[in-house]
Design a protein around this ligand. Structure first.
Ligand SMILES: Cc1cc2nc3c(=O)[nH]c(=O)nc-3n(C[C@H](O)[C@H](O)[C@H](O)COP(=O)(O)OP(=O)(O)OC[C@H]3O[C@@H](n4cnc5c(N)ncnc54)[C@H](O)[C@@H]3O)c2cc1C
Length: 500
């Protein structure tokens, strides 16, 4: 992989040791020697995850000089190296090697590869990541985006020091900034992380052996995804969550269906279970729950929460403060912080913390920074949960429709009712659509099962364009497809709404 060094940036000036101090050192807060750096870049982006990279390319396309600073070994951020892409690659590999999608026909014992090892999963992961990084680096090169490798920290509102792994520091000046430093796993001091049997979600993508049993603490999206991916590998999984239920933002009927599928294949669910402490006995983690119940497994994945990555930025020097979880406040329409020329986007600004939305936020921030008006973003964006089975949802859940007191009706389709479902051997999978009774407008689409994260976009388009029940009834879908579920669910809703 080509190193992203200072050398690529033509217009920076090296600082002397007297000018710069390491990030976190109070000396770093004193103003830099102005003649040691030039106002070299129109736009300085800190962090090369989805938000930073999209913003950088957008600004470059507007003819601006752009510098991206990244402290990781390679560009791409959490999304490429420890989050979205690794977990989705792992999932795809597991589904392929286990023959998961074929089990509807050939039974639960069916496997494409008999003894699946950690290295089988890692091989494909590394190939995918190399490809992703290559595409990104090419994108930066094509658009003349400069990059510097090192940890950025503000010296004042217009200057950042970048310190490389070897301790070399350089200063860059910028007219506008974007902070896109993302988040990292929350690692409480009382969890005995050891990188072997007690891991966080960054470490799980680099395991050297597959456990026979796994405890996952935290049933947020990340926890649910990993719990179900490992369960598809026939690892015995316990999912522990302090709250009484999971995925509160997803339509409850869908969550019920999902949990039924997990129980059916033997996943142990411990909800409303607060963790008192975690001990390790002979390398085996034991989770002791309030009330004394113990959950023992060969490996433990702790994924309860993430912290914003602002701690290394010395943000006080640029006039900003982060909240207790290291996150920054922005105007949600423009992603401008309280300091007008500094923007922040992606996970560091909190909800919804998705790669998909982070990309868009970066684009919006760059356009606003350089005076390009944008139409308001469409109202509805989808959530994709890449568990096994996958879940995707857009618009209002039934609970939300009720809260808002909108008269409504639902329609349900089971994938086994579609010809495509028969061909694929699908025994499970459902789509639920919600329509307003008075206007017939679509209010929400919720899908659990094969292809959910792709299928949802049909519903998203209709929702954002203000479409109604009639579109789905009158529309012709390819046959045989799972998308036919839209017509089946719409007809089901029509029957409930108008049948005499
Ligand atoms: C396990 C997992 C699975 C996920 N799956 C999905 C999914 O399926 N779909 C989806 O949409 N989202 C998913 N996400 C969320 C997604 O990864 C994030 O929303 C996205 O990566 C956020 O992008 P970002 O631009 O905010 O920055 P990040 O991707 O977090 O990158 C920030 C970068 O900033 C760098 N940085 C930090 N501080 C400094 C500094 N001081 N100087 C220089 N560089 C710095 C970091 O090294 C990092 O490379 C997942 C996340 C995880 C953890």
């Amino acid at each position: 992989m080509p190193d992203i060094g200072f050398a690529k940036c033509g217009r920076e000036h090296a600082m002397t040791a007297a000018d710069a101090a390491p990030p976190g050192d109070p000396a770093a807060q004193r103003p830099p020697a102005r003649d040691a750096c030039a106002a070299a870049f129109d736009f300085i982006v800190i962090g090369s995850g989805p938000s930073g990279r999209r913003a950088a390319v957008q600004a470059a396309k507007l003819g601006k000089s752009v510098l991206v600073i990244e402290k990781g070994r390679r560009v791409g951020g959490v999304s490429v190296h420890t989050g979205t892409i690794p977990s989705k690659t792992l999932r795809e590999t597991v589904l392929n090697l286990t023959g998961w999608r074929e089990r509807g026909f050939y039974g639960r014992a069916y496997r494409v590869k008999k003894d699946i090892e950690a290295r089988d999963l890692m091989a494909r992961l590394h190939m995918t990541l190399d490809h992703e990084v290559d595409v990104l680096e090419h994108q930066f090169a094509r658009n003349s985006v400069s990059s510097a490798r090192g940890t950025a920290s503000f010296l004042d509102p217009h200057h950042v020091a970048v310190t490389s792994e070897t301790g070399e520091t350089k200063v860059f000046a910028g007219e506008k900034f974007l902070i896109a430093v993302g988040t990292r796993p929350h690692r409480p001091a009382n969890v005995p992380f050891d990188g072997r049997s007690v891991l966080d979600s960054d470490e799980i993508v680099d395991i050297k052996r597959l456990p026979r049993s796994l405890t996952v603490i935290g049933a947020g999206v990340i926890g649910v995804e990993y719990a179900t991916i490992f369960s598809a590998l026939d690892v015995s999984v316990s999912l522990v969550e302090a709250r009484p239920g999971i995925l509160e933002f997803v339509d409850h009927e869908l969550v019920e269906d999902f949990l039924h599928q997990l129980r059916d294949r033997g996943v142990t669910l411990r909800f409303g279970a607060k963790v008192e402490r975690i001990e390790v006995e002979h390398d085996w983690p034991i989770t002791i729950l309030e009330g004394g119940r113990r959950v023992r497994s060969e490996m433990l994945l702790y994924c309860a929460g993430r912290d914003g990555g602002t701690d290394l930025l010395n943000i006080a020097a640029c006039g900003l403060t982060a909240d207790a979880r290291g996150r920054l406040k922005v105007d949600p329409r423009t992603f401008q912080t309280e300091v007008a020329h500094i923007y922040a986007s992606g996970d560091v600004v909190g909800f919804p913390s998705l790669a998909s939305t982070s990309l868009e936020q970066g684009r919006i921030a760059a356009c606003h920074a350089f005076g390009i008006p944008l139409p308001p973003a469409p109202e509805f964006f989808p959530y994709g949960i890449y568990s096994v089975p996958e879940i995707s949802t857009v618009g209002m859940s039934e609970e939300e429709v009720r809260r808002r007191a909108i008269p409504y009706e639902c329609g349900i389709a089971r994938f086994r009712e579609t010809s495509r479902g028969h061909i694929m051997g699908l025994g499970a999978g459902m789509m639920k659509m919600i329509f307003a009774l008075e206007t017939r407008r679509l209010l929400g689409v919720h899908i659990v099962g094969e292809g959910a994260t792709e299928l949802v976009h049909i519903g998203q388009a209709v929702l954002n364009l203000g479409g109604t029940l009639d579109y789905f009834i009158e529309n012709t879908f390819n046959y045989p497809t799972l998308a036919e579920a839209y017509k089946i669910a719409a007809l089901d809703a029509w029957n409930r709404m108008f049948r005499v």
